[in-house]
Design a protein around this ligand. Structure first.
Ligand SMILES: NC(=O)C1=CN([C@@H]2O[C@H](COP(=O)(O)OP(=O)(O)OC[C@H]3O[C@@H](n4cnc5c(N)ncnc54)[C@H](O)[C@@H]3O)[C@@H](O)[C@H]2O)[C@@H](O)CC1
Ligand SMILES: [K+]
Length: 505
């Protein structure tokens, strides 16, 4: 799915109205009806308690007024508070007039803030994508009053006060919604950790925005779901053999962290690699030969950490990082790898920390190298970010400057590409925030980068998505707290099976 800006969303609304030869009022009715259906499917009139709709002066307020009318017609107890304003949108005014007289309506005022109890269900329709500056005055007072209450809050389209595409000044008033119910396409603001407390759980409802317009609209941001990946992973060829699927090399492990090597190795083997060789220090020999007999072990002469780079010419992809430590000799191995590798590289964990400590090595990164930092590791490669939006700017610059792909790990892992695009991943769960989860990802990505039939972009997208999806399938069995990194690997097979498509022609 594409992620559109507030301005593009507005254009998509207009294009839809034009293509259908209908009216903005009709589109508002459609959006609000989808919202009302969402709510009434989850809360019966008897459970909902008193519903309070807070309506602003624009079309977000208009959505709120339509919803108030519809909820009233469905037998809910609803009342409306309007934010006084000099100007109202036309569709607000139309729907103000359509509101049945039986629905109580009043103006908000500094002396007329509502009593809010845990029994109140508040529908936040103050501001949506039209917000252009931080809230102030009565709107800000109302939002602070709401945030201080115990009421349940559902926001229409955006939590009021939150900008769609940019950060707002610290301490500005923003509704802290339990749920945000938006339309058609996700918004950038939903995907950034700093907004989680405002957005709550977010939901998307289709409202039939014009597909042609969306397809033609240029964006640099995507939300990666199964649809976006359809057709990218081919079924294995009947006459394929282990050479078809690449020979991967992993450099992983050090004393006390041979487990990281085992996890990455197993994940690589479960992601379709043809052959796999593991370079690990001598101390790991018995462990890996026992735990992962499918992999070949190429033992470093040093007992505790990696000190020598093996001959590279037979490999189709090379992953380095899980559990390697930060010894000077290991750094030299990394430097030689960057200078000599012809195969695609995947760099993770301590390989990234070594790069951060030796920034001159960044100039050696071969084009299309894939790096998989979490935010702190990323900032060691660049600079501390002021906020999540600034971190995305740093990500774009870094990827463009080094012609590389960066998997910035998080709840919505963001893949940055050399041409400045962002792909936010949709899969994964909090249970995956556990030791070894990143080692598994390195194994998956190294396998896929070794498939000559996948582009660097598709390999990265498929790998990140599959890692999260396997974690989701695992969590269905283990629960989130019970999930360990090895469980992710057990579900990679079924995940890739889901992703494979076999067109007839
Ligand atoms: N355009 C359409 O046809 C549709 C719009 N929809 C709804 O319309 C919303 C967007 O509506 P609008 O563009 O009218 O904008 P909003 O309703 O979000 O905001 C209303 C107006 O408030 C003013 N404003 C901005 N920041 C302010 C601030 N800090 N304090 C006070 N006033 C401020 C602006 O002039 C803005 O136009 C969406 O979020 C969605 O809820 C949906 O009904 C779907 C269809
Ligand atoms: K809102």
């Amino acid at each position: 799915m594409k992620i559109l800006t507030a301005a593009q969303t507005h254009q998509a609304d207009q294009a839809t109205i034009q293509a259908e030869n209908s009216s903005s009022d009709a589109l508002m009715e459609r959006a609000a009806t989808a919202f009302t259906d969402w709510l009434t499917n989850r809360q019966l009139p008897t459970e909902a308690g008193e519903i309070l709709v807070l309506a602003g002066p624009g079309n977000n307020g208009g959505d709120g007024l339509v919803t108030a009318r519809q909820l009233h017609q469905c037998g809910y107890q609803v009342r409306v508070l309007l934010l006084p304003a000099e100007k109202h949108s036309a569709d607000f005014t139309t729907n103000r007039q359509r509101l049945p007289a039986a629905v109580p309506v009043a103006d908000l005022g500094p002396e007329n803030l509502p009593a809010l109890t845990p029994a109140t269900l508040v529908i936040d329709a103050l501001f949506g994508t039209g917000l252009s500056r931080p809230l102030e005055g009565l709107a800000a007072t109302m939002v602070q009053h709401l945030n201080a209450s115990q009421s349940r809050v559902v926001a229409i389209d955006m939590p009021s006060g939150l900008l769609t595409d940019a950060p707002q000044p610290k301490d500005s008033a923003v509704v802290r919604a339990h749920h945000t119910v938006s339309f058609e396409l996700p918004k950038l603001a939903f995907l950034l950790p700093q907004n989680a407390g405002f957005v709550g759980e977010w939901h998307l409802l289709p409202i039939g925005l014009n597909r042609e317009f969306i397809a033609q609209t240029e964006t640099a941001m995507y939300f990666v779901d199964a649809t976006l990946l359809a057709g990218k992973l081919p079924k294995r060829a009947k006459f394929g053999h282990k050479g078809t699927y690449g020979h991967a090399l992993l450099l992983a492990g050090s004393k006390g962290k041979i487990g990281a090597a085992v996890l990455a190795t197993k994940a690589c083997l479960h992601s379709g690699v043809g052959l796999l060789t593991l370079r690990t220090p001598a101390i790991g020999y018995d462990v890996v030969q026992t735990a992962v007999p499918e992999a070949m072990a190429l033992i470093d002469p040093h007992p505790d950490f990696i000190t020598e780079l093996p001959e590279l010419k037979s490999y189709s992809a090379i992953g380095m990082g899980p559990g390697i430590g930060q010894e000077a000799a290991t750094k030299e191995v990394l430097a030689r790898l960057l200078r000599e590798a012809k195969a695609p590289l995947v760099l993770d964990a301590d390989a990234l920390n070594l790069l951060g400590q030796n920034r001159d090595l960044l100039a050696l990164l071969p084009p299309d190298t894939l790096l998989t930092p979490h935010p702190k590791e990323f900032e060691r490669l660049t600079e501390p970010a002021r906020d999540d939006y600034h971190r995305l700017e740093l990500l774009r610059t870094f990827c463009q400057q080094h012609r590389c792909y960066v998997v910035l790990k998080g709840a919505y892992t963001c893949l940055g590409t050399p041409d400045g695009q962002f792909y936010f991943n949709s899969t994964g769960n909090p249970g995956m925030g556990t030791g070894g989860s990143g080692d598994v990802l390195t194994g998956v990505l190294t396998a896929l980068r070794g498939h000559s039939f996948l582009s660097p972009l598709d390999a990265a997208l498929l790998g990140v998505y599959a890692h999260g999806r396997a974690g989701d399938l695992a969590a269905q069995q283990t629960g989130e707290a019970g999930l360990s990194a090895g469980d992710i690997t057990r579900f990679l097979g079924p995940t890739f099976q889901e992703l494979i498509t076999q067109p007839l022609f």
